[in-house]
Design a protein around this ligand. Structure first.
Ligand SMILES: Cc1cc2nc3c(=O)[nH]c(=O)nc-3n(C[C@H](O)[C@H](O)[C@H](O)COP(=O)(O)OP(=O)(O)OC[C@H]3O[C@@H](n4cnc5c(N)ncnc54)[C@H](O)[C@@H]3O)c2cc1C
Length: 389
């Protein structure tokens, strides 16, 4: 293992591998990424693969509009097909009050160039043929949202990063951070110490543990792990449930056809935590199937083949903490992504790389004030980011 690096990234999910790739792309020659398990083994390989710009605040809408443009070109850029498809997100309103909320959200999204529109139940059924529209009053439809393969995206970021000289060490848990006189000096791992002056904490659900290793209070940036789960069915006929379909009033439940093999991913808002327990629960299976078969009744006749759990790493306002940690020179964080970290990975990786290399973010519309990791100390909360995948 290397004994010195210009930048050490902790965490090999979509965020860490994207940061590694973008740093190398911007000419940083000596980057090391440390991952305690295998790449993607945190939340990334457990996610529902959804990518959307349908947020309800300016900062997230602008970032995600940019990110969708990045996702569109990522396969070509990384020279590896990550299977990005613009199959849309369809939110369904089940009350007049929700229709009004959707209209306001759509107005805001349109203002920043996201082409979401209000559609009728009949139009929704054209997009998703087996949809049960009995409960639907209207839909918020953005055809430019989509999905990509998390496995291929992480693989592609890591492959390209390695080709540009990044050293990636899997099964290498970080055990300590060396800080002297308020400055980063190195990172200790189970396999040795790496001297460095710059560390990026991309450990998401485990980020507070990493902060504590650097001598900071775990509650300084209060990210907490909440167990969320998914089930997946056997493949169904292509083109049936291509968009992510979500009636938020149904406990934030959602269904979408996996872009890889055509099985249906089903999620719901039932969560457990804070906890680092990753065991799936029977309670979830019952809850998610109740909602999934309400949204798409034909799913009653389709077999479930898998169930698994991962973490929503949540801050109090469900917006991530992205930027410099002011108390320690050379310490950066990009963590706490709740249910939307995969979709943000390209722009967040690019933004953090810009911040490290240029000292500021110029190209990416990454609002560092909005995502300021120190906002919680000041008692500031942003409006809660909508947390469906
Ligand atoms: C059920 C579910 C559905 C979801 N659906 C979506 C979706 O549709 N769209 C979306 O955008 N997001 C979704 N998410 C959220 C998404 O999975 C995460 O926000 C995203 O993967 C975060 O990526 P990351 O790289 O920041 O974190 P992670 O993938 O968790 O990576 C952090 C890494 O840090 C490593 N690490 C921790 N401690 C150490 C240490 N001491 N030393 C070395 N390495 C360490 C971990 O092993 C881990 O691999 C979903 C999540 C779940 C659970």
């Amino acid at each position: 293992m290397k004994s010195r690096a210009e930048v050490v990234i902790i965490g090999g999910g979509s965020t860490g591998t994207s940061i590694a790739y973008h740093l190398a792309k911007m000419g940083v020659e000596d980057v090391v990424l440390l991952e305690k398990g295998y790449l993607g083994s945190g939340s990334t390989f457990r996610c529902a693969s959804g990518i959307r710009a349908q947020f309800t605040d300016e900062a997230n809408i602008k970032l995600q509009k940019y990110n969708i443009e990045r996702w569109k070109k990522l396969s070509e850029e990384l020279e590896y097909d990550i299977n990005f498809k613009q199959t849309g997100y369809l939110f369904l309103a089940t009350s007049e009050e929700e229709v009004e909320t959707f209209k306001n959200n759509i107005k805001l999204q349109n203002k920043f160039g996201v082409p979401t529109r209000l559609i009728t139940p009949e139009e929704a059924k054209e997009i998703v043929p087996p949809l049960n529209t009995d409960f639907v009053l209207a839909g918020a439809w953005n055809p430019t949202d989509g999905k990509a393969c998390p496995f291929k995206a992480v693989f592609a970021f890591a492959k390209k990063a390695r080709e540009m000289g990044v050293e990636i060490y899997e099964y290498t848990p970080v055990t300590g951070i060396i800080v002297e006189n308020g400055e980063i000096r190195g990172v200790k791992t189970e396999k040795g110490t790496i001297k460095t002056n710059i560390v990026v904490n991309a450990a998401n659900a485990w980020a507070p543990i990493i902060n504590e290793m650097a001598g900071l209070d775990r509650e300084l940036i209060p990210i907490k792990p909440y167990k969320h789960q998914l089930v997946k069915t056997e493949p169904i006929e292509p083109g049936q449930i291509e968009p992510l379909v979500c009636p938020p009033a149904y406990n934030d439940s959602y269904v979408l056809q996996d872009g890889e093999d055509g099985g249906v991913l089903c999620g719901t808002g039932l969560e457990y935590g804070p906890t680092y327990d990753m065991n799936p629960t029977y309670e979830f299976l019952r809850e998610v199937l109740k909602w999934a078969t309400t949204i798409i009744p034909a799913l009653k006749y389709v077999h479930v083949i898998r169930q698994w759990a991962g973490f929503y790493a949540k801050t109090p306002d469900k917006n991530p903490a992205i930027g410099k940690i002011n108390y320690i020179d050379g310490f950066y964080i990009a963590a706490g992504f709740s249910g939307h970290g995969f979709m943000m990975a390209p722009g967040v990786g690019e933004g953090i790389a810009e911040l490290i290399v240029k000292g500021r973010v110029t190209k990416v519309p990454l609002d560092l004030e909005w995502y300021d990791p120190h906002r919680f100390e000041r008692g500031e909360l942003r409006s809660a980011a909508f947390q469906i995948g």
